[in-house]
Design a protein around this ligand. Structure first.
Ligand code: ZN
Length: 111
């Protein structure tokens, strides 16, 4: 049942941020896998995807073994492909990108 208090709280920015965070946390993979050296690591951050159409969540971190930037996108297949291309363009040949399967398993990107 939605009371006055709850309805009011739902409209606040804090609440929206909390909801967005909960959604992102739910999509967060257990680990990212470096596309260059296959190291799996868990120290990575969620990225802002508000301007990325069709992307539900994105995560990025630095491989602890080789220093590669590792990114994972979760979202519509086409949107994920577009996002990867955009990131590759932005990062030049430096970036190794990965993607998440529907089962939230991280798939390393390979050339
Ligand atoms: Zn690596």
């Amino acid at each position: 049942m939605v009371g006055n208090q709850q309805a009011k709280r739902r409209g606040t920015q804090e609440q929206r941020i909390a909801q967005a965070k909960a959604k992102t946390d739910a999509l967060r993979p257990e680990k990212l896998v470096c596309g260059a050296c296959k190291t799996a690591f868990t120290d990575f951050d969620a990225m802002d995807t508000r301007n990325m159409k069709g992307i539900r969540a994105a995560f990025g971190g630095i491989c602890p073994s080789c220093g590669e930037t590792v990114l994972a996108f979760s979202g519509d297949q086409d949107a994920v492909a577009d996002a990867m291309i955009a990131w590759q363009d932005a990062m030049g040949s430096e970036g190794k990108l990965g993607m998440q399967s529907r089962g939230s398993e991280h798939i390393p990107f390979e050339d």
